[in-house]
Design a protein around this ligand. Structure first.
Ligand SMILES: [Fe+2]
Length: 269
């Protein structure tokens, strides 16, 4: 499996405190069947001031630690990037890293407040050829009442990353209900651990993998835990974005309105 969201880098956010903690997380990930792990510390202005250069240095250092311990886990660079007004500029300046240098990056919306102009913000990123991977929408408290925003940014081409622990019920009933709904509707693009440690928030994916396989089939499980993350790391296209996505959405709207007209005729209205 490939895990594109983890706080394994030591001493730079609320994840691993030191190299020993990082090592313990790497051992759990490998034992669980993960072969590639993205190191994605928080970038949150005012709280976590990580940047591409610092994350790159920490990834190199942790690679050396893993190699000394003969732990077969490939690390790639990334970040868990909170929404900020200057984000596009920082991506362009390469201060904020994308996932493995691709056009994809983890975008973390605020947990308890609807981000203002969220759809327009995502649209600008996509117009500039960046593809946000929205982190854990199922855990954001505002999503249940604003599900249309998730549908809208998804139509624009943003990807949706669900947390493995939400599917298994670890984050409570709302996160479980939302992740189940998104799975049923085919709205999940990938599942990741968002691991912070080896106890409550560990880098275990296999339990959620088995659940997805049972509910949605083997092909979907492979897509969400292996194929789509691999395509992201190769910077390959996953689905239509920008104009292609807009044309697709327009076709969808036209066919819906035609269907509506048909039913109105059928019902004599
Ligand atoms: Fe995270």
């Amino acid at each position: 499996m490939i895990d594109l969201h983890s706080h394994i880098l030591p001493g730079c956010d609320d994840g691993a405190a030191d190299a020993a903690a990082s090592l313990a997380m790497a051992r759990v990930a490998v034992a669980d069947g993960t072969r590639i792990l993205a190191c994605t510390p928080h970038i949150l202005p005012g709280l976590y001031h990580n940047d591409a250069a610092g994350i790159g240095r920490r990834v190199l250092a942790l690679r050396n630690v893993l190699s000394d311990e003969s732990i077969d886990l490939q690390l790639v660079i990334g970040a868990d990037v909170h929404i900020a007004p200057d984000l596009l500029q920082k991506l362009a300046d390469k201060v904020v890293p994308t996932l493995n240098g691709s056009r994809y990056f983890l975008l973390e919306p605020p947990h308890h407040v609807v981000p203002p102009n969220f759809v327009a913000f995502v649209e600008r990123l996509i117009e500039a050829d960046y593809i946000p991977v929205v982190t854990h929408p199922e855990r954001l408290t505002w999503v249940t009442k604003n599900y249309d925003l998730i549908e809208s940014v998804g139509r624009l081409g943003a990807l949706m990353q669900i947390t493995a622990g939400s599917l298994t019920g670890q984050f409570g009933t709302q996160a479980k209900a939302l992740s189940d709904r998104m799975l049923e509707e085919g709205r999940i693009d990938l599942v990741a651990s968002d691991a912070h440690n080896v106890s409550g928030r560990s880098p275990v994916l296999s339990t959620a993998y088995a659940l997805v396989e049972e509910k949605a089939g083997a092909e979907t499980a492979r897509n969400l835990f292996v194929e789509t993350p691999a395509r992201i790391l190769r910077n390959a296209q996953i689905r239509a974005v920008g104009m292609d996505a807009a044309r697709g959405a327009k076709r969808e709207a036209v066919s819906k309105s035609r269907a509506g007209k048909f039913w109105r005729m059928f019902q004599g209205r």
